[in-house]
Design a protein around this ligand. Structure first.
Ligand code: G3H
Ligand code: 13P
Ligand code: ZN
Length: 326
């Protein structure tokens, strides 16, 4: 067991104030996942240049891939990099989809400023009990906590199962009150990954369940709401991937106009991972197809990083509305 580290000593902030401003201002804070150097460089650079507050988030899988200590030092480096650019944007280091008290505690003790405890798959009372346990530990250290109610649809689920996993608005008030969470992820029709909807011939993406979002907002007015699975699955990237040897037929995401609508509501955090993965894959495939003799990773990862910067700037400026809000 190493030393306990407070995020405050690393120049990070928790999500409380940026969420309050985002709810009041009708925009959403971007939460971008990272696993490697180029992703984090792109996130920091794009957010510093657009003057956007940002949540850099780490999944359990990212911790296993990149090593938790390495990730924390990278996050510290990200803060320094932004400051050296002359940018004082708020940066939150967040655990994405924490699945146990021990994992959340470990992250809090090693410098995370925000935690998600995802008990959404548990029976309601167990979700409440686990979330409350994490909140008590986190709040004693001024770390903010995201909980979740309702399970995001999976591509393998049949229609009936998808219907039954939407957040039930009549549970949100009790959940927020009894857990003490600072924000709540809800399920209104998004799902993780690049295949969010199964569309038949000529069908278009169904609208998100804004009626459920509205009902939730009415029961917890002004309370910060989080949207997972919010990648657009940018069609240009899917086309490039398919053009250069990939196989991603049927990949489809949430149209940007629906995300704009969500960002203007009490949705104050929008999670984006898959779009970044697609940008990197598209650019690496394109680069290597056009220059098969290149073997310096800095060349093809540099091209991928450049595309990520453009993507993130676009999201901040034209979709989430977080640009200029730092
Ligand atoms: O919610 C899932 C995120 O996209 C992270 O994915 O668990 O493969 O790192 P991962
Ligand atoms: P996407 O797969 O749509 O990018 O969602 C990411 C996410 O919700 C991370 O928690
Ligand atoms: Zn998620």
């Amino acid at each position: 067991m190493g030393d306990v580290i407070s995020y405050k000593d690393l120049g990070l902030v928790n999500s409380r104030e940026i969420f309050r401003k985002a709810v009041d201002g009708g925009y959403a804070i971007p939460a971008y996942n990272f696993n490697n150097l180029e992703q984090l460089q792109a996130i920091v650079l794009a957010c510093a240049e657009t003057q956007s507050p940002v949540i850099i988030q780490v999944s359990k899988g990212a911790r296993n891939y990149a090593n938790e200590t390495m990730l924390r030092y990278m996050a510290t480096g990200a803060v320094q990099m932004a400051r050296e650019m002359g940018s004082n944007i708020p940066i939150v280091l967040h655990l994405d989809h924490g699945d146990s008290f021990e994992l959340c505690k470990n992250c809090i003790d090693s410098g995370f400023s925000s935690i998600m405890i995802d008990g959404s798959h548990l029976p309601y009372e167990e979700n409440v009990a686990l979330t409350r346990q994490v909140v008590e530990y986190a709040h004693a250290r001024d770390v903010t906590v995201e909980g979740e109610l309702g399970v995001l649809a999976g591509i393998e689920d049949d229609v009936v199962a998808e219907e039954s996993t939407y957040t039930q608005p009549d549970e949100v008030e009790d959940f927020v009150k009894n857990t003490g969470v600072d924000s709540l992820a809800i399920s209104i029709g998004t799902s993780h990954g690049a295949y969010k909807f199964k569309l038949g011939e000529g069908e278009s993406v169904p609208p998100l369940r804004f009626d459920i979002l509205k009902e939730c907002e009415e029961r917890i007015p002004g309370f910060p709401i989080v949207l997972h699975g919010a990648s657009s699955v940018v069609p240009e990237y899917v086309a490039l991937i398919n053009q250069y040897g990939g196989k991603m037929d049927g990949a489809v995401g949430v149209p940007e106009d629906q995300l704009r609508q969500a960002a203007a509501s009490a949705v104050c955090k929008i999670n984006i991972d898959s779009d970044g993965r697609l940008a990197v894959t598209a650019k690496v495939r394109e680069f290597l197809a056009n220059d098969p003799g290149e073997f310096d990773p800095r060349k093809y990862l540099g091209a991928a990083r450049q595309e990520l910067i453009s993507l993130i700037k676009h999201k901040n400026e034209a979709v989430l509305g977080s640009a200029g809000k730092a």
